[in-house]
Design a protein around this ligand. Structure first.
Ligand code: SER
Length: 332
C-alpha cells in the first residue's frame, strides 16, 4: 500500500511521469527539466537514496526497482503514463560487484517492462550506452549496427536489455525507447561510478585548485555529451511519434569526443594553474574497448537528434557555474 502525504492532482494530467534512479547523475537533471516542462507535481522522483532538493521541489517516493509490487503500486497510485527508468549500476562500479550489477540492471528493467505492459503505461525511456560495444567494433564513427561484444557486466546487461526492450515492443506493444549514451558530463550532481566520470571529477579538482590524477590515459579518446544535450536526447526521443522510432534496441547518439589531455588543455585555457597527471587504472582498460566516436545518423534521420554543445562551451559553462557554487558555499 502506498502511503504518501503529497497531494497529487485528482485528475492527473496526461503527462504524469515516473523517474527511477532520480537521485543519480542523469536523474537529478532530468527530473529538474521535466518538472520545468510539465509542472513539479507531475513528475514523481523515486530512488533508494534521498535527494533533498528533489524532495522539496515535488513528489518523491522511496523505490527499489527490484521491488515490483511497490513499483506497480506507485504507478497506479500516481496514474503514471510515462516512465524514465534510469536506476542502474555503471561500468566501473559494476566490475566491483558483478552479481549485484547484473541483478539490478536486468531485473530492474524486466520489472519496469512487465509492469508497463500490465498497467498499460504509454511510454518507457531506458538508457543504453557505448558500453554495449567491444574491441572488435570499429572505433571511429562506430556504426549503429555492428556485432556487440561488451567487456563489462554493465555492457552485457545493456546489450541484453536492448533486446528485452525490442522484445517487449514487438511481442506486447510496449512503447519503449532507448539511446546509447556516451559519457555524460554535468555539474549539478555527483557522478555515479562510470568510467567516463573521470571527466566530471577533473572539473571538481580544477575548481578546488587541486591537481587531478586521471585514471584514464592521456590519449584515450571517448565520446562524451554535455548534460543539457543528454536531457534533450531523452526528451526528444520520448516525444517523437511512435512510427518515427524504427530502432527498438538502442540508438547511437553522439555529441563530442575528447581525450583527458584535450579536456585538461581546454580547462587550462580558463584555469592556467590547473595540473594533471595520468595514472591509468582498470578504467582505462574499460575505456580502451569503447568507441572514439559514434555514427548517429539513424537518430538524426528518424527523430531529429541534433546535439547543441561542444567541448569549448561545455568547459566554460561548467567552470562558470561550479565556481559560483563553490564561492557561495565558502561565503556561507
Ligand atoms: N558513462 C558510462 C560509464 O562510464 C558509459 O555509458 O559507465
Amino acid at each position: 500500500m502506498v502511503t504518501t502525504n503529497k497531494t497529487f492532482p485528482e485528475s492527473a494530467s496526461p503527462k504524469t511521469i515516473l523517474v527511477t534512479g532520480a537521485s543519480g547523475q542523469l536523474g537529478v537533471e532530468l527530473v529538474y527539466n521535466l518538472r520545468q516542462k510539465y509542472g513539479s507535481n507531475q513528475v514523481l522522483a523515486t530512488d533508494i537514496g534521498e535527494n533533498t532538493l528533489l524532495k522539496e521541489k515535488g513528489p518523491f517516493e522511496w523505490l527499489d526497482v527490484l521491488d515490483k509490487k511497490r513499483l506497480s503500486e506507485l504507478i497506479s497510485h500516481y496514474q503514471i503514463v510515462e516512465i524514465y527508468h534510469l536506476a542502474a549500476i555503471l561500468s566501473a562500479n559494476g566490475e566491483k560487484n558483478i552479481s549485484l550489477a547484473w541483478r539490478l540492471n536486468m531485473n530492474g528493467l524486466l520489472n519496469v517492462l512487465e509492469t508497463a505492459r500490465e498497467l498499460q503505461v504509454q511510454r518507457v525511456f531506458w538508457p543504453s550506452t557505448i558500453a554495449v560495444f567491444g574491441p572488435d567494433a570499429p572505433r571511429k564513427n562506430t556504426p549503429q549496427d555492428v556485432p556487440l561484444h561488451p567487456t563489462t557486466v554493465y555492457g552485457i546487461s545493456k546489450v541484453a536489455g536492448e533486446h528485452w526492450c525490442a522484445y517487449y515492443n514487438r511481442r506486447f506493444g510496449v512503447d519503449v525507447r532507448s539511446i546509447r549514451y556516451p559519457g555524460l558530463i554535468g555539474y549539478r550532481s555527483q557522478p555515479g561510478g562510470g568510467t567516463t566520470d573521470y571527466a566530471v571529477d577533473l572539473f571538481y579538482s580544477a575548481i578546488k585548485g587541486k591537481p587531478f590524477v586521471s585514471p584514464v590515459d592521456r590519449n584515450t579518446r571517448l565520446p562524451m555529451m554535455y548534460m543539457d544535450d543528454a536531457v534533450k536526447a531523452a526528451y526528444d526521443i520520448m516525444n517523437a511519434d511512435s512510427d518515427q522510432i524504427r530502432i527498438r534496441t538502442g540508438y547511437n547518439v553522439g555529441a563530442m569526443s575528447f581525450t583527458p589531455k584535450e579536456l585538461a588543455d581546454a580547462v587550462k585555457q580558463i584555469i592556467p594553474s590547473f595540473e594533471i597527471q595520468y595514472v591509468p587504472d582498470e578504467r582505462d582498460q574499460i575505456a580502451a574497448n569503447w568507441p572514439d566516436s559514434l555514427d548517429d545518423s539513424a537518430a538524426r534521420e528518424d527523430w531529429g537528434w541534433n546535439p547543441k554543445f561542444g567541448l569549448e562551451f561545455m568547459v566554460s559553462d561548467i567552470i562558470a557555474n561550479l565556481s559560483d557554487v563553490f564561492s557561495s558555499s565558502r561565503e556561507n
